[in-house]
Design a protein around this ligand. Structure first.
Ligand code: PBG
Length: 327
C-alpha cells in the first residue's frame, strides 16, 4: 500500500517550502536592548553577553546609525546611573542617564523608535524595583508608594523624548497610574508597552551584570510571577489592558512559549511582545563558543519559535546579528 497523503510533496522544492512557510522573521520584528552609562568614550564589554557593551553617550550616534542601517525599527534603553540611592533618584532626574541618552539619540535626527524601560532596580542602591518599606516587620517593595515614583520617571522620560514607555516593575495598578499620570502631563498619545506577564526568572542573570541591578537582599518573588503559573498571566494581562496598556509583553520568552500562545489566543487583537532575555542569549552564545551548536541556525530557530507561538515583536540581543543573517 502507498500512503494516501504525502506531506513530503510540499517539502520537495526549496521555493515551494518558502511559499508554504507559515511564520516569517524579519528585522522589522526586533527591538534591540541597549545599555547606556555615564562617562566618556567607553564601551565596557558585558562578559556574559558577548557582543554587548555598556556604552557612554558619545558612542550612541554611531550605534544608532548602524542599527537603523540594519532595518531594525526600535531600541529599548537601560541606564547605569552615576550614583544610586535608596529611592533611585536618577530614574526621575531630567538630567539622568536615560534622559540624556534620549536627548542624544533624538539630536541625531534618527527616525528610530526609542523605548525606555521604566523601573527602579538599576537606580536603587538596594537593587529592588521600587521603594523599600518595613511593614509588619518585613522589608518589601512598597507597591503604592512606588506608583507615584514610576509616574515621575515615565513623565521625565516622555519629556526627554521617549517614543514608548515600557514599565517592568510588576507593581499592581502600575499601568493605570502611569496612564493617568502621562495623560495629566499631556502625554496622552504616548503608548505603554506593559511587561504584563514578567516572571521571577533565573534567566535574567546576565542582565543583572549588564545593568548592575541584582537585588542586594532577598529576591523579586513578591512582585514578579511564579514560573509555575500560566493562568495567572491571563489575569495580569486583563488588568493591564483594563488599566490602559497599548501593547503587552511576556518575559522571558523561550521557557514561556505556552504563555505567549495563551496571551495571543486570549487577546488576538492586542500587539504582543516577547523578551528573549539575557540568559537565553548567553546559553546559545556559550554553547556555540564550544562548538556544540550552530549559533546562527539555533538563534533563528528560537526567534522563529517565539513568533510562531504568537509574538508580534521580539526584544532580543540577537537583533543585529539576526538582521544580518536574514538579509
Ligand atoms: C528590570 C528588568 C530586568 C530585565 C529587563 N528589565 C531584570 C529583572 O527584572 O531583574 C531582564 C532582561 C534580561 O534578562 O535580558 N526590571
Amino acid at each position: 500500500m502507498f500512503p494516501t497523503h504525502r506531506m513530503r510533496r510540499l517539502r520537495t522544492h526549496p521555493r515551494l517550502r518558502d511559499m508554504v512557510r507559515e511564520t516569517s522573521l524579519t528585522p522589522n520584528d526586533f527591538i534591540l536592548p541597549l545599555f547606556v552609562r555615564c562617562g566618556e568614550n567607553q564601551r565596557i564589554p558585558i562578559s556574559s553577553m558577548p557582543g554587548h557593551d555598556q556604552m557612554t553617550l558619545d558612542h550612541l550616534p554611531a550605534e544608532i546609525a548602524e542599527i537603523e542601517s540594519l532595518g531594525i525599527p526600535a531600541v529599548i534603553l537601560f541606564g547605569l546611573p552615576e550614583t544610586k540611592d535608596d529611592v533611585g533618584s536618577d530614574a526621575f532626574n531630567d538630567d539622568g542617564i536615560i534622559q540624556r541618552a534620549l536627548r542624544t539619540i533624538k539630536a541625531t535626527g534618527s527616525g528610530l523608535l526609542v523605548m525606555t524601560d521604566v523601573c527602579f532596580c538599576e537606580y536603587t542602591d538596594h537593587g529592588h524595583c521600587g521603594i523599600i518599606n518595613e511593614r509588619h516587620g518585613l522589608l518589601d517593595v512598597d507597591n503604592d508608594a512606588t506608583l507615584p515614583m514610576l509616574v515621575q520617571e515615565a513623565v521625565s522620560h516622555a519629556r526627554a523624548g521617549a517614543d514608548v514607555i515600557a514599565p517592568s516593575g510588576m507593581m499592581d495598578g502600575m499601568i493605570g497610574a502611569l496612564r493617568h499620570g502621562l495623560d495629566e502631563a499631556e502625554f496622552e498619545n504616548l503608548p505603554i508597552l506593559s511587561y504584563a506577564a514578567k516572571y521571577s526568572s533565573a534567566f535574567y542573570g546576565p542582565f543583572r551584570e549588564a545593568a548592575d541591578s541584582a537585588p542586594q537582599f532577598g529576591d523579586r518573588r513578591t512582585y514578579q510571577m511564579d514560573p509555575a503559573n500560566g493562568r495567572e498571566a491571563l489575569r495580569e494581562v486583563a488588568l493591564d489592558l483594563a488599566e490602559g496598556a497599548d501593547m503587552l509583553m511576556v518575559k522571558p520568552a523561550l521557557s514561556y512559549l505556552d504563555v505567549i500562545h495563551r496571551v495571543k489566543t486570549a487577546h488576538p487583537d492586542v500587539p504582543l511582545a516577547a523578551y528573549n532575555v539575557s540568559g537565553e542569549f548567553a546559553m546559545v552564545k556559550a554553547a556555540a563558543e564550544r562548538g556544540w551548536v550552530d549559533e546562527q541556525r539555533i538563534a533563528l530557530e528560537i526567534l522563529t519559535s517565539i513568533k510562531r507561538a504568537g509574538a508580534d515583536m521580539i526584544l532580543t540581543y540577537f537583533a543585529k546579528d539576526a538582521s544580518r543573517w536574514l538579509s
